[in-house]
Design a protein around this ligand. Structure first.
Ligand code: F6P
Length: 526
């Protein structure tokens, strides 16, 4: 029986109760604190600054049990078609060998593709892959958007410091249809030593199609050599036919599968730029970290299950405590793109308002996930967080190891990250009436995640934990976390507007849309 509003009733009652208990009081409970601190694969998860006590945790676990959490989890890992609106399995765990109960054919497809991928990566990194003038590849331009972009760029940036990255080509990312993206990427590149990787699960996404066509024109204008396309363009897609029609050679098209959602696909051929940046050995370590998260999710008891606890806290904060947003605050510049990645992972998955049966929901589901880098954010939006009227939760991501060997910098970075969480938790109550402008109420829930070091295993584990957190939240809210029908309307509305910007009749448009089209045409009438 999925969770109905009545099931939330006990939690709503507890939400009123917990409002009368300060975070200081919650933190006095040592047994509670110990139960809320967990370690996995070099990652430390500290939930003690969350606004829960033992009774609420029991109620949340009861909610998970009633929602059939473990049965739903096992169904996913076994390859049942839990993405019901698209009639698809959800088996991204197979990409890192984390789903032993899935049918063998999935693992065989992954193993076969990975072998071909790794061979290509090794050829490119070693210089064996030659362009049409027999020169090695120096620059790789990755063209893709959403799940075909965010994970790869995040991980390439996060792990660019790894040993061996000096053998990597220069990697450029092109996602937006704004020509600024591709113009910037192509600036100064030599077509003889440039390789384009076109990543699109559907091979039908407008931005990627337009960017890939522009890249192909750029290449042909400078080389006048259509036959060279095969040596300078790689495709990653489920749509092998469309990739071939674009002009890609079959041997350079790496498959994706419908049972891997775009936002869950960095572990697949979509992660080609990651492999190019860090090498295949380190990429295997990334997969190992994610596999450890898979095994933990399947085997750890509920009370020590990190993705489940993450989901219970996040759902409690959203649906019972009415937090309007989740701030992901990366206190490591190399993780600057983590909020962007998690925005798609969490908001495209759980930004839904109907349940798995198409019934409208009358409780709050995923709210806005946003974030940025500490300590910069402290000089931009932390004022609002500390003294504003917004109810929010925060995830602090920190790295304990000082890989840059700048002890003073690193300790100040960590001191600030820890202090900001302390301020959001405990606040500051001025004693004097004349000091009320310094009031910081605090009591904002947060989770602190501290990686021993920013390595492939730790990062793989962290990202997979968030993937499984998203799954658990979908179960609690009884929604399908794996489709994204909401993005289709805007895409379709853009089609006639594109033609109307170019002169087509606008009489069928609403007045606001028609005005903006007319204004554009007036400015650009020359
Ligand atoms: O944003 C919608 C979406 O379909 C995402 O789910 C996906 O990651 C992205 O567009 C790109 O899709 P594709 O990989 O098919 O180009």
């Amino acid at each position: 029986m999925p969770n109905t509003p009545e099931h939330w009733a006990a939690l709503i009652t507890s939400a009123h109760r917990i409002d009368t208990i300060s975070s200081e009081q919650l933190l006095e409970d040592k047994v509670r604190n110990q139960a809320l601190r967990l370690n996995l694969a070099g990652c430390h998860f500290d939930f003690t600054r969350q606004r829960v006590d033992g009774q609420i945790l029991n109620e949340l676990h009861d909610l998970a049990r009633r929602a059939g959490m473990s049965t739903r989890r096992d169904a996913m890992f076994a390859g049942e078609k839990i993405n019901t609106s698209e009639n698809r399995e959800v088996l991204h765990s197979v990409l890192r060998d984390g789903a032993p109960n899935a049918p063998d054919r999935y693992r065989q497809d992954v193993a076969q593709t990975k072998k071909l991928l790794f061979a290509a990566v090794d050829d490119i990194r070693s210089g064996n892959w030659r362009g049409f003038t027999n020169k090695a590849i120096k620059d790789v331009v990755h063209i893709g958007i959403g799940g075909s972009h965010l994970g790869p760029e995040l991980v390439v940036n996060a792990l660019a410091h790894l040993p061996g990255s000096e053998n990597a080509p220069n990697i450029h990312f092109v996602a937006n249809i704004d020509a600024n993206d591709i113009n910037t990427a192509l600036l100064g590149l030599n077509p003889e030593t440039t390789l384009f990787v076109v990543v699109s699960k559907s091979f039908g996404t407008l931005e990627t199609q337009i960017n890939a066509a522009t890249a192909r024109s750029w290449f042909l204008e400078r080389t006048c050599n259509p036959k060279a396309i095969g040596q300078h363009f790689i495709g990653v897609t489920t749509n092998l036919e469309a990739a071939a029609q674009f002009g890609l050679e079959a041997r350079n098209i790496f498959p994706l599968w419908d049972w891997v959602g775009g936002r869950f696909s960095l572990w697949s051929a979509v992660g080609l730029p990651i492999m190019l940046q860090i090498g295949t050995t380190a990429f295997e370590q990334l997969l190992v970290g994610a596999k450890q998260a898979d095994e933990h999710f399947v085997n750890a008891p509920a009370e020590q299950n990190i993705p489940l606890l993450s989901a219970l806290m996040a759902t409690w904060n959203t649906t019972a405590l009415n937090c309007d947003s989740l701030a992901v605050l990366s206190y490591d510049q190399r993780l600057a793109l983590l909020p962007d990645f998690l925005q798609q992972l969490e908001m495209e998955s759980n930004g839904k308002s109907v349940d798995r049966n198409g019934e409208r929901l009358n409780y709050r589901t995923m709210q806005i996930l946003w974030g940025g880098c500490g300590t910069n954010g402290q000089h931009a939006y932390h004022q609002l967080l500390h003294q504003g009227t917004s109810r929010f939760a925060a995830d602090f991501i920190m790295v304990a190891g000082d890989s840059l060997k700048h002890k003073e910098h690193h300790q100040w970075l960590l001191a600030n990250g820890i202090a900001q969480g302390q301020a959001m938790t405990l606040g500051h109550q001025p004693t004097s009436p004349s000091e009320q402008h310094k009031l910081v109420i605090g009591q904002h829930p947060s989770t602190s995640i501290v990686l021993d070091e920013l390595g492939p295993i730790q990062l793989g584990c962290l990202l997979a934990i968030y993937e499984h957190k998203v799954f658990c939240q979908g179960v609690l809210w009884n929604i399908n976390s794996f489709d994204q029908w909401g993005v289709e309307l805007g895409k379709n509305l853009a089609l006639p507007i594109f033609d109307q910007l170019r002169g087509d009749d606008t009489s069928n448009q609403d007045p606001a849309t028609r005005h903006l089209i007319d204004h554009y045409r007036a400015i650009n009438q020359s």
